[in-house]
Design a protein around this ligand. Structure first.
Ligand code: ATP
Length: 930
């Protein structure tokens, strides 16, 4: 295309030169061709770590380098076999670490892919949603309020469009966009009002545009280097563990030095002692911890995806487990968002509408008899306004592969807002279809619906002139009406009549119906002010429609689950208070003594007053998005960890402020999704509860393997430390120490990371967000089990040392017994780590991965005892039955002794709470009115 800047082109020129048919868009073939020549519409990624670097990084650790150095020296001194074995073990450890980190990295990448944005594009006449990276120059895209502009585009159609471009221009106030060509040269970005730029945000209005530049050619691409530093954020837990890791290194090193000094003072040979010390340090430093934490988080996130929750920010996985309040939208999240008009109210008459779902089959009946449309001007007007003031459309989709009769019937679906869809279906049931009105009325203006205004208007031209049509929340709409249709006549809307309408709306709302009012006005020649105040005034009120929106089936159970888990559910909705209360009661959200509050009441309250009441309120109705922010903040001030859902542009601040911001995958805008930390791919409340359950499970699993790894390390250090303090010979030689570390650390810890949750996970109160990872006696367990493992290993070593008959092999045998006892003690203890109580509380075979991991660990140990060649390397002897008995008794003591102790102490307390160590169980709930 030409060199002239895009803003100087007219819409026609753009369409022509890009080869785009306005009604068709590009063909798939052409789009593929352009994708091949222009490349993907994405910004170049920063350098990612190559697998080789990742592998080499495994050997960067200081102590590992010391060990390699020391080993090489001993190799040079003639201990070839030892040196080769130690290097081989370090290498195997490196591979294990690499695999863990590689897996972690890959899962994080997959996660990023999932939250990649989509774009609505017209291809071969069909509007479809495709990944934004597949857009090509010439594509015709549709943009709506809340969308992120996916590439640089030239607008060819705009309706009240405003775009926030601060990322590029620094201008924080949204600017309006139009389609006219600009003539000047060198216009700065901020004034190129007919262009849209990648990464900017549509805050109001809608439009169509042609893509002119993609990927690195876009304005955003030009500054991509500046915005590329989107490093993966560590979760608070990861950060805390990193700090803990540093402390552990110092502690491990200090203890190792103590061990070495004590050994030398007690007559050990210095170089051998040094090598043992370095090996101990390598074994005792939990270098695998960060990778295993990442894997546990990432695998948990994968499980969440299967349960339809997409995590955008890893830290939220942790926060999810702390959620104490879920603030949820009503429509579409708690309910199905499948609206059907069931009742009408016109001039004092109540009518019923028959038929189910979106199928346009049904009738309007009054007192059991069909209403004659021809004789009812009010009903005709109501249907007319319902269909004209509407952006949804009804479609019949033929189903392939079904039986012939079914295929002929087809499935009726709605494109657009279900509330509006219900009105289109209502019209179609009475024979007033969109196509039948198309030739008669031409829309010249739209004042779009938004959750603040709670109404929508259009102006249409017809043969006789122009008409304004408005629909919206009745309580607000009647304030815009001066007249009412009554007995087929237009009469003044007196306060008495207004009260009648309000009472009728209230009656419908009590039956959980969503109520919409409809109004119109014939515009005069003199009505030239076509904006909100000019159009939405002096309207003639027509009547009310009441529609059902059934609750989602699984939500009731999810709410009960929340209550048992100490999590409060709060409904926040733009809908009428009475409707909201009725549905909240049906779902079990609103308890008998719970309160509902309207946006109006909320607005009149100070923050202090709100804080005093916020714990008692379960339903907020007729709220505007900015109220949501106040509710989140108030709940946070009262010490809650808040999960908050939202879908619109204006919900973004509340989503961002919440501890867990949740956006809707289907109905949510890009803006809300980008502000969120969690996206529900099915818009369903029950999915939030599943995500919380996963979040709690992941955190507990992290605690499980931290307990296992650290207790093991304490055990290893204790064995050596106590032996040296007691003046005994070395209980383990360096190769054995390293082998214990390799065999016990990696696989069993990873298997704990995917452990099943304990049964009562959702019967406990949420943990505090500030809780220390070692809280709930985890620290005590680590130290007590670790010391016991060390003491028992040393006891087995000592017994073997003092009772052996074969003098020549006594030390080797005792060391073999210490080596196997240490391994077995850890492999038994790993099953204990699955429970917050004791090993007897859970079926040890339930976690198949753990059984396999322990099995493979055993397979790595037994050959060391029974294969001649390995025995020479590892300096072991084969163990007989009595030796194994000694090993198993001492290996089992730390776990079984503590287990029996815990069982006895629990059964000893008759009225004791069921859990000794875990968080408090939640008290039985108050009954909820059904
Ligand atoms: P939630 O916040 O739980 O999703 P909601 O969908 O009912 O609740 P809004 O979409 O903000 O909240 O709707 C608020 C009110 O606005 C509704 O009760 C209805 O009266 C009115 N309304 C909803 N959709 C439209 C629409 N498309 N046109 C006109 N008025 C509407």
């Amino acid at each position: 295309m030409s060199q002239k800047p895009w803003y100087q082109w007219t819409s026609e020129e753009i369409l022509q030169s890009s080869g785009t048919e306005p009604s068709q868009g590009l063909s798939r073939e052409e789009a593929d061709k352009r994708l091949a020549s222009h490349g993907k519409n994405e910004l170049a990624e920063g350098q990612s770590i190559s697998p080789i670097t990742l592998f080499l990084n495994q050997f960067k650790d200081f102590m590992v380098l010391v060990l390699v150095g020391a080993t090489l020296v001993s190799g040079l001194l003639g201990e070839y076999l030892d040196a080769i074995t130690i290097i081989a073990i370090i290498f195997m450890n490196g591979i294990l670490g690499f695999l863990q980190e590689f897996r972690a990295e890959r899962s994080l990448r997959a996660l990023k892919e999932l939250s990649a944005p989509n774009a609505k594009v017209l291809r071969e006449g069909k509007l479809e949603s495709i990944p934004a990276r597949e857009l090509v120059p010439g594509d015709l895209i549709v943009l709506e309020s809340g969308d992120r502009v996916p590439a640089d585009v030239r607008f060819i159609e705009t309706t009240g469009m405003y775009v926030e471009e601060s990322a590029l221009t620094g201008e924080s106030v949204p600017v309006s966009k139009h389609t006219a060509a600009l003539e000047q040269d060198e216009i700065p970005l901020g004034d190129q009002r007919n262009l849209g730029f990648m990464g900017t945000m549509i805050t109001r209005g809608s439009g169509k545009a042609v893509v002119v530049r993609t990927g690195m050619q876009t304005e955003m691409g030009k500054i991509a280097d500046m915005i590329q530093n989107t490093d993966a954020i560590d979760t608070p837990l990861q950060r805390r563990l990193e700090q803990l890791g540093k402390i552990l290194i110092i502690v491990a090193l200090a203890l190792t030095v103590l061990v070495v000094v004590a050994g030398i003072l007690h007559g050990q040979e210095p170089y051998g002692m040094f090598l043992a010390g370095v090996s101990l340090a390598v074994a005792a430093i939990p270098e695998g911890l960060p990778a295993i934490v990442t894997i546990a988080l990432a695998l948990g996130v994968q499980r969440m995806i299967q349960r339809k929750a997409i995590v955008r920010k890893l830290p939220s996985v942790e926060t999810l487990g702390c959620a104490s309040v879920i603030c949820s939208d009503k429509t579409g999240t708690l309910t199905q968002n499948k609206m059907t008009v069931t009742h009408l109210w016109l001039g004092g008459d109540v009518m019923e509408v028959t038929g189910d779902g979106y199928e346009p089959q049904g009738a309007i009946v009054k007192e059991g008899k069909p209403v004659d449309l021809h004789n009812n001007q009010m009903l005709r007007r109501l249907l007319q306004v319902s269909v004209l003031c509407n952006n949804a459309s009804l479609h019949e989709e033929k189903q392939e592969g079904k039986r012939k009769e079914a295929a002929a019937a087809g499935v009726w679906t709605i494109k657009g807002d279900p509330t509006e869809g219900a009105l289109v279906v209502l019209g179609a049931k009475a024979g007033l279809t969109q196509s039948s009105l198309e030739g008669l009325y031409r829309r010249t203006l739209e004042l779009p619906f938004d959750s603040d205004r709670k109404r929508m208007s259009v102006v249409v031209e017809h043969q006789g002139g122009r008409m304004a049509c408005t629909k919206g929340a009745p309580d607000l709409l009647i304030q815009q009406c001066a007249y009412v249709l009554w007995d087929n006549r237009v009469i003044p809307f007196t306060p008495t009549l207004k009260q009648k309408v309000a009472a009728a709306a209230e009656g419908m709302a009590k039956n959980a119906l969503r109520v919409l009012g409809l109004a119109y006005r014939e515009l005069k020649e003199s009505d030239q002010q076509l904006d909100e105040p000019g159009v939405e005034c002096q309207l003639v009120f027509i009547g009310l429609t009441g529609m059902i929106d059934p609750p989602r089936r699984e939500v009731r159970e999810a709410i009960t689950k929340c209550r048992r888990a100490g999590i409060k559910t709060v409904m926040i909705t733009g809908d009428h208070q009475t409707t909201a209360e009725a549905i909240a009661r049906q779902l079990g959200i609103l308890p008998q003594d719970g309160q509902a509050m309207s946006g109006h009441q909320l607005a009149a309250m100070s923050d202090d007053e709100l804080d005093k009441r916020v714990n008692e309120v379960y339903v907020y109705a007729r709220v505007s998005p900015e109220h949501k922010l106040r509710i989140v903040k108030s709940l946070q001030r009262m010490g809650h960890t808040v999960a908050m859902t939202g879908d619109g542009v204006n919900d973004a601040p509340a989503i961002k402020a919440a501890d867990i911001g949740i956006a809707m995958g289907i109905s949510g805008t890009d803006v809300s999704k980008e502000a969120s930390s969690l996206i529900l791919s099915d818009d369903n409340f029950a999915t939030i509860v599943s995500a919380i359950e996963e979040g709690r499970g992941i955190y507990e699993n992290i605690r499980k393997f931290i307990r296992y790894l650290l207790a093991s390390n304490v055990g290893e250090i204790m064995t050596m430390f106590l032996a040296m303090m007691a003046g005994l010979p070395l209980p383990l030689i360096p190769i054995q120490i390293l082998w214990v570390n390799l065999v016990t650390d990696g696989l069993p810890a990873m298997a704990l990371g995917v452990d099943q949750a304990e049964k009562d996970l959702m019967l406990q109160k949420p943990r505090s967000a500030k809780e220390n990872i070692f809280a709930r006696r985890l620290g005590w367990k680590i130290i007590s089990r670790g010391i016991l493992i060390g003491v028992c290993t040393l006891a087995a070593f000592y017994i073997a040392l003092t009772t052996a008959s074969d003098d020549a092999n006594t030390l080797i045998k005792a060391q073999t017994i210490a080596f196997v006892t240490l391994v077995m003690a850890q492999l038994i203890h790993v099953f204990d780590c699955r429970s917050s109580r004791s090993i007897f509380h859970r079926n040890p075979l339930q976690n198949v991965w753990l059984v396999l991991a322990v099995g493979s660990s055993l397979l790595l140990v037994l050959p060391v005892l029974y294969v001649d060649a390995l025995r020479t390397i590892f300096k072991t002897v084969p163990l007989g039955v009595t030796d194994w008995a000694l090993v198993l008794v001492f290996a089992g003591i730390p776990t079984f002794l503590m287990g029996i102790g815990s069982v006895l102490s629990t059964s000893g307390r008759k009225t004791a709470p069921p859990r000794k160590n875990g968080p408090k169980r939640v008290k039985p709930m108050k009954p909820v009115v059904r």
